[in-house]
Design a protein around this ligand. Structure first.
Ligand SMILES: [Fe+2]
Length: 157
C-alpha cells in the first residue's frame, strides 16, 4: 500500500503541475496562490491545503499492531474525506475523474487495513481492541485494570 500511496502523490503532483504551469501573474493573484508563488514559484511543494508543509511528523507510529492499524484506517478515512471535499468544490472533470479513482483506492485500503486488524486481533491471546492491547505493554494494561473504577476497559471476545 505504501508504494501505491507514493503513486497517489505522483498523480496529485502531476495534476497540480498541469493546473498551475501556465498561470499568468493575474491568475496567480486572483486564485489566492500569490503567497505560495512567492515561496515556491509554480514548483510542486508538499503541503496541506491550509499551507502547512507536509513532514514525517504527521505520520503516527506506536509499534503496536492494533494501534498502528487503527491509525492507518483513520488515515485512509481522512484521505477519503479530503477527496470528498475536493469533489464538492471542483467542477473540472479531468481532476474529478482522478480524484474519484484515488477516493476508491482509499476505501479499498481502509477495508484491507480492517481485514489486517481483524486477523491480528484473532491471532492474539485475547481479543482485545480499541483501548488496550495486552501484548504491547502488559504493565500498563495491568495498571489500567487495577484502576478499573476510573478506566473502563472494553473487551470484545
Ligand atoms: Fe490509502
Amino acid at each position: 500500500m505504501g508504494t501505491e500511496e507514493l503513486g497517489h502523490l505522483e498523480m496529485i503532483a502531476s495534476i497540480v503541475h498541469q493546473l498551475t504551469r501556465k498561470m499568468s501573474d493575474q491568475d496567480i493573484i486572483s486564485s489566492g496562490l500569490d503567497t505560495y508563488f512567492v515561496d515556491h514559484t509554480a514548483g510542486v511543494y508538499p503541503q496541506f491545503a491550509s499551507g502547512t508543509p507536509w513532514t514525517a511528523a504527521t505520520i503516527a507510529v506506536k509499534g503496536d499492531v492494533i494501534t498502528d492499524l487503527t491509525e492507518d484506517m483513520a488515515a485512509e478515512q481522512k484521505a477519503r474525506t479530503t477527496y470528498d471535499n475536493i469533489l464538492r468544490m471542483s467542477d473540472d472533470p479531468d481532476v474529478n475523474n482522478v480524484i474519484r479513482f484515488l477516493r476508491e483506492r482509499e476505501v479499498v485500503h481502509f477495508q484491507r487495513f480492517g481485514e489486517a486488524l481483524r486477523l491480528a486481533t484473532e491471532k492474539m491471546d485475547q481479543k482485545n481492541m480499541y483501548i488496550v492491547n495486552p501484548a504491547f505493554d502488559s504493565s500498563a494494561a495491568n495498571k489500567s485494570t487495577q484502576n478499573s473504577a476510573q478506566v473502563k476497559i472494553r473487551r470484545y471476545n
